[in-house]
Design a protein around this ligand. Structure first.
Ligand SMILES: C[S@@+](CC[C@H](N)C(=O)[O-])C[C@H]1O[C@@H](n2cnc3c(N)ncnc32)[C@H](O)[C@@H]1O
Length: 214
C-alpha cells in the first residue's frame, strides 16, 4: 500500500495532469457577475454593450429599435451569431446563455410563429429578466429555462440551430458542453457562435474563478 502510494506520488510529480477547474466555484462567480449584468451591463465590460453595442455589431437596426429598452440595457454579446447563416421559418433555435434575451428575440422573429425559440441560462436573474423582456416584446414562440449548457434540459435531436454569443469561453468543462450541444442538435443541425479567445496564456496571478467571467 505504502509502495503504491509512493509510486503514485512519484508518477504525479513526474507527469502532473492538467489542473481540473473547480466548476462549482467558477459557476458561482459567473452567476454573481451576470446577476449584476442582468440589471444593466453599462461599464461592466471591456467592449461596447447595450443598444450601442448591438448597433456596432451589425444587428438589423429595425430589431435593435423594436427591442425593449430593458432588454438592450443588459445586452453583452460579443458578435452577431445570427448573421452567420440563414434562419429558416418554422425551425427550432436554441440560444445557450441567452442572457437578457436579445438574440432569442431576434431568433423568435426570424423563425416566425410556427418556429420555436428556446433559451437557457445559468443565472436565475437573467432567466427572470429574459422572460419579462420577451413578454414585453410580445414574443409568444419562445421558452426559457434556468439551466447550464453542460446539462441541457432538452431531448436528443431537438434543435435545427444552436446559437451562442459570448458563452462558450465561460464553460470550464468544454468537452461536456460540446457533447451536449451535439446531442440536442438534429442530424445536420448547425452551431453558430460568436466568442472571445485568449491570444496568450494568462499569467498565474491572472487566473482566478472570477477571471472566467470577466
Ligand atoms: C456574455 S453573456 C451573453 C448573454 C447574451 N447571449 C447576450 O448576448 O447578451 C453570457 C451569458 O451566459 C450565461 N452563462 C455562462 N455560463 C453558462 C453556462 N455554463 N450555461 C448556461 N449559461 C451560461 C451567463 O449567465 C450570461 O447570461
Amino acid at each position: 500500500m505504502i509502495l503504491r502510494t509512493l509510486l503514485n506520488l512519484l508518477r504525479g510529480g513526474l507527469n502532473t495532469p492538467p489542473a481540473v477547474p473547480d466548476v462549482v466555484v467558477i459557476q458561482k462567480a459567473i452567476r454573481k457577475r451576470y446577476g449584476r449584468v442582468s440589471r444593466c451591463a453599462d461599464g461592466l465590460f471591456k467592449y461596447p454593450t447595450g443598444r450601442a453595442g448591438a448597433e456596432g455589431l451589425g444587428y438589423d437596426p429595425t430589431l435593435v429599435a423594436a427591442a425593449p429598452q430593458e432588454m438592450m440595457a443588459s445586452f453583452c454579446g460579443v458578435g452577431n451569431p445570427l448573421s452567420l447563416g440563414e434562419i429558416s421559418a418554422g425551425s427550432t433555435v436554441l440560444d445557450i446563455g441567452c442572457g437578457a434575451g436579445f438574440d432569442l428575440f431576434c431568433a423568435a422573429r426570424a423563425i416566425g410563429p410556427s418556429g420555436k425559440a428556446i433559451g437557457i441560462d445559468l443565472t436565475p436573474e437573467m432567466v427572470d429578466r429574459a422572460r419579462t423582456h420577451l413578454e414585453l416584446a410580445g414574443v409568444t414562440n419562445a421558452e426559457i429555462h434556468n439551466a447550464s449548457v453542460e446539462q441541457i434540459p432538452l431531448q436528443n435531436g431537438t434543435a435545427d440551430l444552436v446559437i451562442s454569443n459570448g458563452v462558450l469561453n465561460l464553460s470550464p468543462i468544454k468537452e461536456q458542453m460540446f457533447s451536449e450541444i451535439a446531442r440536442v442538435l438534429k442530424q445536420g443541425g448547425v452551431l453558430q457562435f460568436a466568442d472571445i479567445v485568449l491570444s496568450q496564456e494568462l499569467a498565474a496571478n491572472q487566473k482566478s474563478a472570477s477571471a472566467w467571467s470577466n
